[in-house]
Structures are given as structure tokens and as C-alpha cells.
Design a protein around this ligand. Sequence first.
Ligand code: NAI
Length: 319
Amino acid sequence: MAELRFDGKVVVVTGAGAGLGRAYAHLFASRGAKVVVNDLGGGRHGDGSSSKAADTVVDEIKSKGGTAVADYHSVVDGDKLIKTALDNFGRIDILINNAGILRDKSFARISDQDWDLVHAVHLKGSFKTTQAAFPIMKKQGFGRIVMTASNSGLYGNFGQANYSAAKMGLIGLAKTVAIEGARNNIHCNVIVPTAASRLTEDILPPDVFQALNPEYIAPVVAYMCHDDCEENGSVIEAAAGWAGKCTIIRANGTLLRSPESDNVSIENVKQNWSKITDITNYSLLSSIQEATGALIESLDASGTKEGTNNQDSDETDVF
Ligand code: NAI
């Protein structure tokens, strides 16, 4: 197969001074992209700042013959990061929202600051940076955006309520950006990585840590951003040289009312609980239209059709 290249493309990787972001920046640069290496250079908990992390990665890329420039802004100032791309390279084609911090505490001990800082870096930072890049991508009719979620968001994880909420929020953000960007060839997907980095060094057992090289994940992220990749609005989990798509399934459930009785009682819910929660039979749903369609089908089948759908408006859906 011909080598997949990114010549002429400008890539912004946030939090690229270490870990996964560093691996992404190196791979894109090695395949011809011009890379903005963004990193605030702070501590793992969102404290401090330094230009060293970004500078080191830029030097590494340049020493291998690649093209890169450093940016030291916080992702919360997303517009400034995108300006760095425009000022230096005149465009922005690919945005990898990767910067992250942890402020782990058991749920009862999370302070407002623990909540706000984690949400600021992960969720608001991705929002601000993506919103600054989006109109430019729209105008050029090409854009590839990656959000970074976590298994902690998908499944929950003890001590990470703030982080889980922000990470799951990123999936919602990505899915809507994917819908709104599709008509302008802007694709937005989510990576759910597990990798050895300073965020995981004291969480993962040492032998597992060794197997989780971030370089195993970088090609998955890079392919999702290539012109050839049609994927949009998907969540891809990757670790240790394995990758697979995560999706939403919904139990086929059961109708709680009948043509004879319109009433739904609490007792009726209790009686049907095993059917409501049984996922032996399920639907694979990939859009709000499919979810609404499946509901209307169930109502049709029972003869109690009353579903309403806001299909007249191309701007919004009411759910
Ligand atoms: P890392 O700590 O090695 O790298 C994150 C980088 O983001 C750091 O260099 C840091 O300075 C930078 N950063 C932090 N706040 C910033 C801000 N406000 N603006 C700009 N840069 C900032 O961590 P790692 O593991 O490489 O994580 C990358 C992403 O992957 C994060 O979003 C993390 O939540 C996510 N993730 C990582 C997992 C793993 O197993 N390593 C698991 C699930 C998700």
C-alpha cells in the first residue's frame, strides 16, 4: 500500500509536549505535515506552566527534518492556538484535542476547583479550540478533528467523577460537531486511548505500563485524520496495538401501555423491569433519527402511535 501522507496539511496537536500528544506530533511530522506543538507545560494537576515541553518536541521534530512550531497557550485560549497555526503556516486542516490533566478525588471530596479545572482543560478547551478552527475548515471544505475521551468517561472510574463527566461530555460534543461539519467535509471522531504516560504511571501495573506505548495509538489517530478516512462521529478505542469502535446499543425494551390502557403505573414499570433492562435483544443506534425511528416503530407495532418528530427544521431536533 502507498504510504499515507499529510504533505501540505497543517496539524495542531494540543498537549503535544508529552505522552500521546508527543507521539501524534512526531507521526504527523514524519508524514509531511506542518505541526503546531501546543503545550502549556504545567504539572499533571493543572499547576504552573513552562515552554520547555513544547520546545523539546519541536526540537526533536526539526532534528529529524520535520516542520513544527511551538505554542504555549492553554487550550482554554483555543483561538490563540489556532492563530499560531495561521500566523506560521497560513491554515489549519487537522486538530487533535489531546491536552489533559487529572485532579482525582473520591466524589464526596471533589472541590469546585477540582471540577472546574478539569472541565476547563478537557471540555471547554476542546470547545474553544475547535470553535476557532471550525469556520476556517468550513471555508476550505476540509477538516479533521479528534476529541480525546477515556474509558473513565464510558464506564466511570472510582475517584474520577470530574474527569469522567468531562470525558463523556467530549463524546457528545464530537457527535454534534460531526453532524454540523459533515456537509463541509469536516469529520470529528473520538479516540479513547490507554497509554503509558505521566497520567497513568501510578495507576497502571508496571508490566502493563510497558506494553502501552503511545506510538501504538498514534497511527489510529492519524488515519482518522487522513483524506481517505470517511469515518465521522465515531468513538474508537485503542491501546497496545489494538483498536475497535465503541458504539451505543439500546435494549429493544417493552411497551408499558397497550391500546386498551393508556396508563403507565409504577407497578407496571416494576413488573416489566427485566424486559426494560434485558439487552439480549438490542438495537444498534447511530443517530437521533434512528433512535426516534425505533421508538415510532415500537409504537406502530402496538397500535399506539403518538410519536412526534421535529423533522421540519434542519437546525435543531427537540431531544
Ligand atoms: P500527559 O500528561 O503525558 O500529556 C498531557 C499534556 O497536556 C501534558 O504535556 C500537559 O502539559 C498538557 N496540558 C495540560 N493542560 C494543558 C492546557 N491547559 N493547555 C495545553 N496543554 C495542556 O498525558 P497523556 O496520557 O498523554 O494524555 C493525553 C490525553 O489522553 C489526555 O486528554 C488524557 O485525559 C487522555 N487519556 C489518556 C489515557 C492514558 O492511558 N494515558 C487514558 C484515557 C485518556
